[in-house]
Design a protein around this ligand. Sequence first.
Ligand SMILES: [Fe+2]
Length: 257
Amino acid sequence: MEKLNDLRALLIHEVKDVYSAEEQILTALPKMIDKASNSQLKKSLQDHFRTTRNQRQRLDKVQDLLKVSEDEKGPGKKGGLLGLFGKTEVCKGMQGIIHEGEKIMNEDIDREVLDAAIIAACQKIEHYEICAYGTLKAYAQELGLTQVVKLLDETLAEEYEADVLLTNLAVFGGLNRKAETSPSENGSAKSSAESRGTTSRGRSSATSSSRSASTPSRGTSTKKSAPAKKAGTVSKKKAAPAKKSSASSKKKAGARR
Ligand SMILES: [Fe+2]
């Protein structure tokens, strides 16, 4: 592997990594679409397949702008033979996430539970991508690559959107709740949430509203990370009175001496 001398080299390296991730997603999605039972879930996965193809094309443009040599470009330009030619590498992170998703899909699993599992698998993918694209965008901003920033930002927005859509299907669309129903246990088809007096909200695989949960963790400077900053500020403020009280307790201790 070549030595990475500067941020531009790191950006190119990471672009190739996410290119491999997108390629793997394009291979994995049709299986997920095939296995999904819920029509809305199926449709949103089909839509996301098309979106992912566009995202791969966008990465081709990014590579052109970054003047990545033909030899080093993502495998899409070489007929989709992942990692077989050129200096392309497979994104191991995405490989692991997809492998986990496929493992659960191959379990003996009820169809509603499978839908919930597919959503969870897809959200793991989305969160990885949000992190990856957020970081790439920050690097491109740092390097003043305006056109690259624009392209990466379009994809980043789509990844956020896909994540929110999945949360909506799982939590508000009731797919997680459907997965809770267990007719085989007592024949009454009573939801386990009902019996415990809870709902699926808040415990779902598709848990958090994605923007706060998946704020890019590697030093991005996107607007989306603002809420996290704010939260940090608030907690600092809250910590302030503790200092004061410790100071005042020292005073009191001094007075007692
Ligand atoms: Fe993507």
